[in-house]
Write a protein that binds this ligand. Structure first.
Ligand code: 5AD
Length: 352
């Protein structure tokens, strides 16, 4: 126990541990969890106080050209219901969201070639023109450096692209060719270089994942220094090759989140929908362990049930943006408060 505490103290001080030390913490998490959480929530408070940022999530296309083995909207899932939102529909989501107090809009979708760079830039530009006080986040997958530059120039502020797993071999067990960990990571470094507030992240308990893989994920985050990190449990989807694989646990997901708070003290860390899906109070527990962001769903209600990355994804209760009031009271009862600002990373000031 004393030895574990010394490791955690060193992580708190230096934001770095060796791989075998991370593995030790993960393996022995039951005996050190409370101590880690006490430090991770103190660090979160030092940078962000009790503030919780909200993001309006617009899932604008359920088409995807990729075939990731875990994902419900993979191209190979012939049963998946597909939809695309028009520019007008996306702008309507923003209008609703703005009135509810959202100052960040996240455009997330499958990798859908229908939305060319011209179309994406046009939509981003229009959102920024109508809502100059808002941030736009894109989450549309792997693109060329040139495309990422165009999005940035069109006004996009942030980009989410989970690295999924840092280990090349593990990556290839989760994704068929031509997808590689190498290209994924190259994309992330490009996004950072261009100036996006960049989000990486991984699933906890994804098939074949080992504690060594998780330690490598933490080392990758040390190297990339992303502004945002999305961490949630793997949840099987019935129409994917991983339908019979075991689900990740909320317990380990929240522990990993707390370690990431110590590695990247000022990071924006969402309490993810996947966590809320497998545990009713999962997101509150995540806030207490160091998360400081929630991303309610702003998509039109009739398409929500079609954006199913995994089974039982919650979509009509308090994770929906229309219920900001009840979300706010839940956040308050967890000891925090929702703030209706852009919620940039502590090191970012608004760019011209
Ligand atoms: N379980 C949990 N998370 C998933 N994602 C995709 N499929 C699943 C699943 N079955 C996550 C991936 C992706 C993000 C948008 O959703 O990490 O990057």
């Amino acid at each position: 126990m004393e030895k574990l505490k010394i490791l955690v103290d060193r992580l708190y001080d230096t934001h770095h541990l060796e791989k075998d030390e991370y593995i030790t913490l993960i393996e022995n998490r039951d005996s050190i969890r409370d101590y880690v959480f006490s430090l991770s929530s103190a660090v979160r408070e030092k940078y962000y106080g009790k503030d919780v940022y909200i993001r309006g999530l617009i899932e604008f296309t359920s088409y995807c050209k990729n075939n990731c083995y875990y994902c419900g909207i993979r191209a190979g899932n012939k049963d998946a219901k597909r939809y695309r939102l028009s520019k007008e529909q996306i702008l309507e989501c923003c209008e609703t969201g703005y009135d509810l107090g959202f100052r960040t809009f996240v455009m997330q979708g499958g990798e859908d070639p229908y939305y060319t760079d011209d179309i994406i830039c046009d939509i981003v530009g229009e959102i920024k023109t109508r809502y100059p006080d808002c941030a736009v986040t894109l989450s549309i997958g792997e693109k060329s450096e040139e495309s990422y530059r165009r999005y940035y120039e069109a006004g996009a502020d942030r980009y989410l692209l989970r690295h999924e797993t840092a280990d090349c071999e593990h990556y290839s067990k989760l994704h068929p060719a031509p997808l590689t960990a190498e290209n994924r990571q190259k994309c992330l470094f490009n996004l950072k270089k261009i100036g996006f507030q960049t989000g990486a992240g991984f699933m906890v308990g994804s098939p074949y994942q080992t504690n060594e893989n998780l330690a490598d994920d933490l080392l990758f985050l040390e190297k990339l220094q992303p502004e945002m990190v999305g961490i949630g449990p793997f949840i099987p989807h019935h129409a994917t090759p991983f339908r019979n694989m075991p689900q990740g646990t909320a317990e380990l997901s929240i522990f990993m989140l707390a370690l990431v708070r110590l590695i990247l003290p000022a990071a924006l860390l969402p309490a993810t929908t996947a966590l809320g899906t497998i545990l009713p109070d999962g997101r509150e527990l995540a806030l207490k362990a160091g998360a400081n962001v929630v991303m309610p769903n702003l998509s039109p209600t009739d398409v929500r049930s079609k954006y199913l990355l995994y089974d039982n994804k919650i979509s009509t209760g308090e994770e929906s943006a229309q219920s900001v009031k009840s979300l706010e009271s839940r956040v308050i009862s967890a000891g925090y408060k929702v703030v209706k600002t852009r919620g940039d990373h502590a090191s970012f000031t608004e760019r011209k």
